[in-house]
Design a protein around this ligand. Structure first.
Ligand SMILES: Cc1cc2nc3c(=O)[nH]c(=O)nc-3n(C[C@H](O)[C@H](O)[C@H](O)COP(=O)(O)OP(=O)(O)OC[C@H]3O[C@@H](n4cnc5c(N)ncnc54)[C@H](O)[C@@H]3O)c2cc1C
Ligand code: FES
Length: 266
């Protein structure tokens, strides 16, 4: 461990990671490759809390880990420019550094699945990236992976080819400009529904649909977003309610971002 670039604050890991590459892969959507010791600890579905590299933005920005390459100590993040913070990230290039807290959150449970099992992955828009590592790892375990992706329009389609390496991929677009017209439900309602696990990440409407459709499924997971401040469980800025309780809540940053269906109020 290099003491000049990394320190641990209790369980919180901070590291100055190196930018290996950055590329615009779709309009306003960027893929950032970072390198550092922290990669060793990363799991599918966790996120990094990134410090905006200027003095004006105090809050870190949470971005999911899209893929993990432990052999080369590299990870990929895919993000869309939404405001000032992500716009500044998009100016980073090879050789720059980034102040990173993480890996944060619980990640997806990929345990106890093998060639006897088939799983469904459902991703929407900029929620697709964290599913890439899920598909890769499950495919390596011999699991049959079926993926359904939903995008607004053809221009926004990302990671179709990459996910197709690991199993069958269906793509829907809201306007029908690519793939099947409509949202992911158009495909999912016709699948045989014998999935041993379901992994999903997408916009709130899609997460509500998956939550309802697989409400009682023992292994259906939602990766959720919430406005965050500390990103480490201390400030309670990111809480969600729990069904049938006025007192219990769940923090997206610490208890999530991955939750089982039926366990939080959407
Ligand atoms: C667990 C988690 C994982 C995420 N993963 C990704 C990802 O892989 N790719 C991606 O493109 N986006 C992801 N997001 C959303 C991303 O964090 C926001 O788009 C980003 O913080 C916007 O920052 P900004 O400065 O560009 O925008 P601004 O709107 O200027 O941000 C202002 C403030 O609001 C917060 N904020 C704005 N939108 C969101 C949001 N959707 N969720 C949480 N905080 C928000 C910002 O962090 C910042 O503190 C994720 C969010 C969460 C909670
Ligand atoms: S952002 Fe502070 S507790 Fe989640």
């Amino acid at each position: 461990m290099n003491p000049t670039c990394k320190k641990r604050l209790g369980a919180i890991r901070l590291e100055t990671m190196k930018v290996v590459a950055q590329e615009e892969i779709a309009p306003a959507i960027f893929e950032l490759v970072l390198e550092g010791e922290m990669v060793e600890a990363m799991r599918a579905g966790q996120f990094l809390h990134l410090r905006v590299p200027d003095d004006a933005h105090l809050l870190r920005r949470p971005i999911s880990i899209s893929s993990i390459d432990k052999a080369n100590k590299q990870c990929h993040l895919i993000y869309r420019i939404e405001g000032a913070g992500t716009a500044i990230f998009s100016t980073l290039s090879q050789g720059d550094t980034l102040d990173v807290m993480g890996p944060q959150g619980n990640g997806f449970d990929l345990s106890d699945l093998d060639e006897q099992n088939q799983v469904l992955l459902v991703g929407g828009g900029i929620g697709v990236p964290p599913l890439l590592e899920v598909a890769k790892e499950l495919h390596e375990s011999g699991v049959k992976v079926v993926t359904v992706l939903g995008f607004a329009t053809k221009d926004a389609v990302i990671l179709e080819t990459e996910l197709a390496q690991y199993g069958q991929v269906f793509v829907t677009t809201d306007d029908g400009s690519y793939g099947i017209k409509g949202n992911v439900s158009v495909v999912i309602k016709d699948l045989d529904n014998q999935f041993d696990a379901v992994y999903s990440c997408g916009a709130p409407g899609m997460m509500k649909y998956i939550n309802q459709t697989f409400y009682d499924h023992p292994r259906a997971y939602l990766s959720l977003e919430s406005r965050m401040a500390c990103g480490m469980g201390a400030c309670y800025a990111c809480v969600l309610k729990v069904p049938e309780s006025d007192t219990v809540s769940q923090r997206v940053c610490e208890d999530g971002p991955v939750f089982r269906t039926g366990t939080v109020v959407l």
